[in-house]
Write a new protein. Sequence first.
Length: 375
Amino acid sequence: MNVQQSVNSMFRRDQFLLGTFASNCSSGMSVTKVPERWNNSWDNNLQLARMLDDAGIDFMLPIARWIGYGGETNFHGNVLETITWAAGLLSQTRQITVFATVHTAANNPVVVAKQIATLDQISGGRAGLNIVAGWNQPEYEALGLDLPSGHEARYAYAQDWYDVIQKLWSDSGTFDWDSSFFNLKKVHADPKPYAGTPPILNAAGSGEGRAFAMQNANFLFTPAIDLNRSRDEIKQLKNEALNKGKNIDVLTFSHVVCRPTEAEAKEYLEHFGRNNVDWPAVDNLMNLQFAHAYSFPHDLLAQIRDRMAIGHGGFPLVGTPEQVADGIISLHEAGFRGTTLSFVDYVKEFPYFRDNVLPILVKRGLRQDAVRVAT
């Protein structure tokens, strides 16, 4: 079902990018106990992917998890593995980019280079790679791995890992690779990606992480907690990258509660995001994030805890279609290149967003009308 793509949708410059996040994970992005919380079955993911594809949504981004966060729901205890998930979705869609999220320490770079290139071949150039240098110590322990305590060591490994992949994607012959982390003999990888290097994404908050992203990624993925702070950070990041001869865009993530009236939206947010929160899972998640990662600004802890329950720390887009569109526009005005969207139930709630919010974004110049590609 793939089509011959000339440009991966992530590289389009004519619209604000929209995607979804974590639909491969149980409960999606909402740490809630409500019975209608997201069921991450394959059938639901496939139905969602087809709806997104037809609506012209740009990408789907998964989370790679190996153990859950406990609590009553064991939030993210059921997760579809991201490379096989992406292969299935890319084979059944026509336009949308689908990322695979890969932990560097758990995946050999020679294998990953071939896996991502194969995804790109399956889809006619619609694969993407989200690189994770590591932060979740219990997962490392579950995999029998050691998590380096310092970000410098994690990103030194990630840099060597990705350097191997880049050479495999660009080198036509065989080569040896002898470094602190890899000793490879007569290694070679065909096929190459379909149309050059796929879009690379990296979520980073530490100085080392952001340096890695500026060096290697097309997109840095970071939360939008305070838009004034985000505006300054994005300017600084882009200027630093330009001074190094690089260009990088910044993406964020959002959670959508869109209803015909503001009162209905706020009532539902109160229901799932405050009255029925799996607080032990929230606290487990936050304790791990703040112990081993710098994805969130530590001085906004109380605000982040509330947002963590609602949408895993995502920017809240809550209200009427006009209000949700206004929120997306505010992200654009802060300098973000795009945002992911999550819902308590993606399949049930996305059609209302598609039919009522997307036309507003088109009218205001942030999006183009969806172009459906014939099979």
